[in-house]
Design a binder for this molecule. Sequence first.
Ligand code: C2O
Ligand code: CU
Length: 485
Amino acid sequence: MGRFGFVAVVCVSFWGCSGPGGGDPGTAPDAGGADAGPMEPVVAFPDVWGPGSVLADESDDPDVVEVHLTARNASVSLSADTTLDMMTYEGQVPGPLLTAKVGDEIVVHFTNELDEETTVHWHGLRISDQMDGSPRIQAPVQPGETFVYRFVAPEAGTFWYHPHVRAHEQVEKGLYGTIVIRDADDPEYSLERMVVLDDILLDPDAPGMFPPFLASHPEVMHGRYGNVLLTNGRVSEEARTSATRGEVERWRVVNVANARTMELTVEGATFRVIGVDGGKLREPYTVDRLFVPVGQRYDLEVSYGEAGEARLVSNVATLNDAGDVVEVGIPVLAVDVADSTAAPRIVEWPVLPERPARAEAMTVTMMFEASMDPFGGLRWSINGEEHHEGPLFTFQQGDTVRMRLVNTQGPEHPFHLHGQFFEVVDGGAVPGPQQGLKDTVLVPGLQTVEIVAYLDNPGQWMAHCHILEHAQLGMMTEIVVEPAE
Ligand code: C2O
Ligand code: CU
């Protein structure tokens, strides 16, 4: 059970907490042993994932992508010696990649073979609210039933899909998959890899089971932190692949964990950030440590300048035997880099147009607060309301709105707005640049973050904390964007 090394959360809570229970706080997962062997499928598309890892397009029309997608329970192998009963799309975790080009019509014939209702939300895609998987609009798909999602791929980037019914359980149990929308000006790399990072909680004493949900104070307070990191659905320490010196790759990093912000570093290779939630950056940037809150995506350009082993490392706070908080670097992807004398690949970054400046129409404030239910249980709210129904704010299509996101408590909140993009104007204490269009932003404890939202997509849109436990416990509201005449 060495691999269930416990990965603790650093507590910064207003109420204080004793740290998540269970597990052995002293041990980090073993670094991938010599017996880890080649893992299939660990990473990458189009050609490194095995058959079935990309949703097959059944349409003959080059501008239509038509696929079937089924949610069902399946037993999933997370490592050579860990199998878990999970909820899956198409029997695999992550679910298969949905890929299309900008402007394509996408038709997804979705079937629910789970024992409970669900929906599919296309996180980050600016599509019709009727197709967004919001249970406030779409009656959830009952067991045995089907629903056809139909929308147009709005812009290029890395996105993901997941349920929006009891998401704190369904996503934790494995219901998530990735979306790549391509564009004519996407540069060509040696390879593109999906790097889907998850953090799940396993009970070392009851292997193969998910411990109860929302059952501990720390989980209610901070969201569910896990004790096992997964990379593309496999135990991260076994995620190993290969490359060649001089190659340059695009890694599409998605954090699908319930709560844990990933703090990533790269060793043995260099990288720069070339894309975020809303697509490619006009000005890629370099950073030593990349903070990836849940829900966000970062596209990295990774260059292998030397032979040896390159590693993507998740830096995790944990407790040592003396009870002190220390940081442990857990490799989440190892790359054996073969030597080569070939000239390094040169990737031309496209010249992207500047976004036209837009005058701000107004400023609104959202207060992220904790509250108590009548039984003394902890709840989460936005502007004093839990699970607020109806528009918290009504805007007009085309409005440019500054949103002040005020976190009055210690736990952080990755705020996600459906159906729109925004820019971060003031990211609070989150280190590193925050440029580019985003649909999710981290609001650190006791801080105020300011964003400017471009409300171009009419509809009724959920807005919530992407710590799925916080959302489940009330930190969920909606805005309405009225269509322009
Ligand atoms: Cu990825 Cu409403 O969420
Ligand atoms: Cu939250």
